[in-house]
Design a binder for this molecule. Structure first.
Ligand SMILES: Nc1ncnc2c1ncn2[C@@H]1O[C@H](COP(=O)(O)OP(=O)(O)O)[C@@H](O)[C@H]1O
Ligand SMILES: [Mg+2]
Length: 313
């Protein structure tokens, strides 16, 4: 699955992120095995993969927290790790914990100091971050009394200080309940509206499905698919049929393509809608009793599992 030529041809400077054969080993463990990809400006890009695929390693390389074993990358047009460029990045680590005795406002002020924002801007930046993540009315409360969702929103607030052009979020929703996840998706949408580029690591596919413009699927440290959600999923649908009273009909149904059986449910993948009546009539003809016929759009999760299976071959 290749990207449109425009993105590939674009200068690294015009992209939010561009990596070329980026590799990282820890001793014998290959965390990244030659990662090549581009993230455009002002897009929400999902970096998906199972645990251990190399997602966190990629983000740490991009923000300059660790050095690559081989390969190159550019972030906002500068070589990765560039100190000056780091001020234009926001980063939400996978695991973080703020001092419980500090208030939300104090945490944000501490990070303004750490990121060397001019003091005159602190007030305004903290206010904007609090507003964006919906913690304005909790600014003076201590972190120790915050729920996980609020802590995650505070983490996002920290990542937004200084209005970065690119934010890298490592599993921003994995610790959250559905309400918290919804809130985080809203925050990400708001960032995109402002023209901020978002690079989002996640193993939670439904999250990503809803907000990402484009995704890369990574497994064992390499990209196994990339493109828009539609390119990844393909346009083919599937149909699920609940039918009783037929057994051993596999051969007869083969003309309708590959299918799976789960109890009375048959799922046909890649079967065009125009062939459904024919299939139902065939089932009935063979003595089947058809109780339900449901179209089923392939989800990212289905596709993801297929991709992982293919890549393990
Ligand atoms: N500091 C480290 N030392 C040794 N191995 C590491 C280190 N960080 C990551 N790894 C290994 O690199 C691989 C990729 O890890 P990671 O980037 O954390 O994956 P993900 O974020 O996709 O779950 C894993 O096999 C992990 O055990
Ligand atoms: Mg990780």
């Amino acid at each position: 699955m290749s990207e449109p030529p425009a993105a590939e041809a674009a200068e690294p400077a015009a992209l939010a992120i561009h990596t070329q054969d980026l590799a990282k080993r820890f001793g014998k463990t290959v965390a990244l095995a030659g990662l090549t990809m581009s993230v455009r400006r002002a897009e929400v890009f999902g970096f998906l993969g199972p645990n251990g695929a190399g997602k966190t390693t990629a983000v740490k390389l991009l923000v300059g927290l660790t050095q690559p074993t081989a390969g190159e990358a550019w972030v906002l047009g500068a070589p990765m790790g560039d100190l000056k460029t780091r001020q234009r990045l926001g980063y939400l680590p996978e695991l973080f914990r703020y001092q419980g005795w500090l208030t939300a406002h104090e945490v944000l002020a501490l990070h303004c100091r750490l990121s060397r924002l001019p003091r005159a801007r602190w007030g305004e930046e903290i206010e904007l971050a609090l507003q964006t993540v919906g913690l304005a009315d909790r600014a003076r409360d201590r972190v120790s009394g915050f729920s996980k969702g609020m802590q995650q929103r505070l983490g996002l607030g920290v990542a937004l200080l200084g209005r970065p052009e690119l934010v890298l979020l490592d599993e921003p929703t994995s610790a959250l309940d559905p309400v918290g996840r919804h809130d985080v998706r809203d925050i990400i949408r708001r960032l995109k509206e402002r023209g901020t580029s978002v690079f989002l690591n996640s193993h939670l596919l439904t999250e990503v499905e809803q907000i990402c413009d484009r995704v890369a699927v990574v497994d064992h440290g390499r990209v196994i698919a990339k493109g828009t959600m539609q390119e990844i999923l393909g346009k083919q649908g599937a149909v699920r049929i609940r039918v009783g009273g037929i057994t051993g009909e596999s051969a007869a149904l083969q003309p309708f393509g590959a299918f799976e059986v789960e109890g009375e449910w048959l799922t046909f993948r890649g079967l065009g809608e125009d062939r459904v009546p024919e299939l139902v009539s065939e089932l009935v003809h063979r003595g089947g009793r058809v109780y339900a016929v449901e179209p089923r759009q392939e989800t990212l999760e289905d596709r993801f599992l297929e991709l992982l299976k293919e890549s393990d071959k």
